[in-house]
Design a protein around this ligand. Sequence first.
Ligand code: PHE
Ligand code: ZN
Ligand code: ZN
Ligand code: CA
Length: 475
Amino acid sequence: MRRSLSAAALGVALAAGALVVPGSSSFASTQVVDPDISVTNTKAHLDQFQTIATNNGGNRYTGRAGYKASADWVKAKLDAAGYTTTLQQFSTSAGTSYNVIAEWPFGDANHVVMTGSHLDSVSSGPGINDNGTGSAGNLEVALAYAASGQTPRNRLRFGFWGAEELGLLGSKYYVNNLPAAERDKIELYLNFDMIGSPNPGYFVYNDNPAGNEARDALTTYFTSKNIQTEYIDVQGRSDHAAFRSLGIATAGTFTGAEGTKTSAQAAKWGGTAGQAYDRCYHQSCDNINNLNLTALDRNIDAIGHMIWNYAQKDYGSGPPPGGSNLLVNPGFESGAVNWTGTSGVVTNSSSKPAHAGTWKAWLQGNGNTSTENTGQSVAIPAAATAATLSFWIRIDTAETTSSTVYDTLKVQVVDGGTTTTLATYSNLNKNTTYTEKTFNLLAYKGKTVTVKFLGAEDSSLQTSFVVDDTAVTVP
Ligand code: PHE
Ligand code: ZN
Ligand code: ZN
Ligand code: CA
């Protein structure tokens, strides 16, 4: 069997935090979007960090096997979701360390919104609250954004720092090795270090005058969820310090370390007054039981809120590149949501690469006489001054002919009873590098039409037409 779309696979993708934003990238930057980042998935990432520590001498410390295993695992998760990732190696007195950098390969690369967390623990324990929590949250937000099928206006980058516990070494190494032009493109850096403390406080960093807008966005978010916050001047005690020293706006949240919760704080946040926010801070008991999952859940939703909204912030570059996409779930990352046609065509099968993310529309490829289709209805505004259909396509085939068309993919527009074929691709167009195709749809302004991909194969030798990252763009 060439592929199958199991209901379970689709369910996992949706549960993984897929948030379908109608109109995708067309939503205004002022509109506040609050994705629900899965605390279940985030906890599963923490279980993985605990397992890594347990299997590697009880820690994830720089220079030890548990750190490299953590970095490799995080990188693999991000690779599988379609991120462009880098393992950045550097040396420290305790041995070799690594930063994992992941970038979502869409949006304006001149405006980068970056989120970071340190991935290393101290040598004495598994480092689950410090800083499995920030890393698991950072990772889950990155995976949920990929699954959301949105196209950001800005470039999203996620950093997982090594050797923070040795003096913020990974984040310092990263900024020191960024060319000046690349530093200037970073509009905001958000840091998350300890966000699931067992006796939690709700602290928002307040140590960067250039970061006040993001600081205020965080406090406003918590207030909207009826969670009281306090500002904390963290004095460069975590990885945002390297970015702050470059004049980059920074902000972050923190649920407390060795400090003691006051009775006033216990009154508003619950928990135990007179006790540390994290009694296991930098100790062997900072394990999988050293967590407050409510605090973790609230903080990951705050990260999601920041990423979803800052992804769309207009940093003065005008409208998002290419204007607004009228298609919903245009990169198929929410599965078949909003696409109709032959079931199983929209797939996350690993047999064919996606152009981005993991999902795509894979038409034909079975080598039998058959047809398959997928399509989406779209209303093209009467006032549109331009309307463009675009998509990326990859074609592989077992046909060997250089002259005869056997298998085809038609790109069609269905307007009521009239079907117009914009293009026909075939086994003769074999190209296993994704290429982008564009077509003018302005003739359909004021109409609701269905954009449709229709495949057909003859009785032997497969041809696979794989389509991803579709768009009907209006200015
Ligand atoms: N960076 C500290 C550590 O990893 C924790 C911390 C975070 C302290 C934020 C203060 C503020 O040990
Ligand atoms: Zn620490
Ligand atoms: Zn820390
Ligand atoms: Ca995709």
